[in-house]
Design a protein around this ligand. Sequence first.
Ligand code: FES
Length: 357
Amino acid sequence: MSTTDDQTEPTSTGESPGAFEDPGLPYHRPRKADVDQKADKKAERQVAAMFALSIVGTIVAVGGYFAIDMTEEIASIRFTNMVIGLGIFLAMAGIGFGAIHWAKTLMRDHEMVEERHELRSSDEAREGAIQNLKDGVEDSGISGVKRRPLLVGTGLSALLLAPLAALVPQLGNMGGDWNTKKFAHTMWRQGMRLTRDPDGTPIRAADVTIGSVFHVIPDGLNDLEHHMLEEKAKAVVLLIRLDPQDLKVQEGKEDWSFDGIVAYSKICTHVGCPVALYEQQTHHLLCPCHQSTFDVADGAKVVFGPAKRPLPQLPIAVDDEGYIVARSDFHEPIGPSYWNRLGQTSDGLSESEGGDH
Ligand code: FES
């Protein structure tokens, strides 16, 4: 490595056959602080001032932490956080800016050049490596199948079979999940009550006030002995009541809601996250994963984000005792929209068969 402090004009390595001329380094311009004592002192004071600012920031942050009597009120918490945050910002920024300014104005300013060395190994090293490989093959005894047919045969077999040890359990655990048709149905049935998640208490229509949201599971889900979580993952629903005047009833779904109460699958149609952020004023449901937004007032249609279809609606009614019940299962598969791409919609639920299974 060498330095080029004294460089005053571009250098050239001269021409060689087939090469272009080395442009060299740009002309070195000294900085103001390099040639002017006053500028040097000024830069030094500036750097010192930034470090001093950092010290003040530290004092503010630590002092604020101990001196401010933070109560549980939001305003008090905000004020304390603001003072401590400001102190930390000054402490860090002062050091950062000071160090940069120091390096740019006061540290020695000279170009560093490191000559490239040839990347290719020497002939001697290359020959040595090849010889090592040959020796290894020779030592292992696999160079001639005829010499060690048993070892070569069992070794190759072991290598070929070993991946199965990992693959078979993985594939076996898929179990019935290979049958994607079962995702087309949930446990909702005609007359099944909508109950609160997680305690499973039924919900009266009168309990659902305008603007409220209930996280819902099917009645009896908690009593399932097997596959309870799988069934829950498919059947979870959001029950929301809107002012009936705000609700745009969808064609063919006139009797799927009750006095402004609607039920939609909670499983996002993008890649299946739970959609659970409801904005009461706009009637928008937001999926926290990739911000798909569904308009509950308009058939849960997608108004923003990557989801490609509305949330499936669960048709509901009210029974004789005033409890909300399902009219049927969903009329389309819930969750991510790969059904259509796999051409399986016809194997799933069609409008005509929805809910009768
Ligand atoms: S899973 Fe909901 S937006 Fe992606």
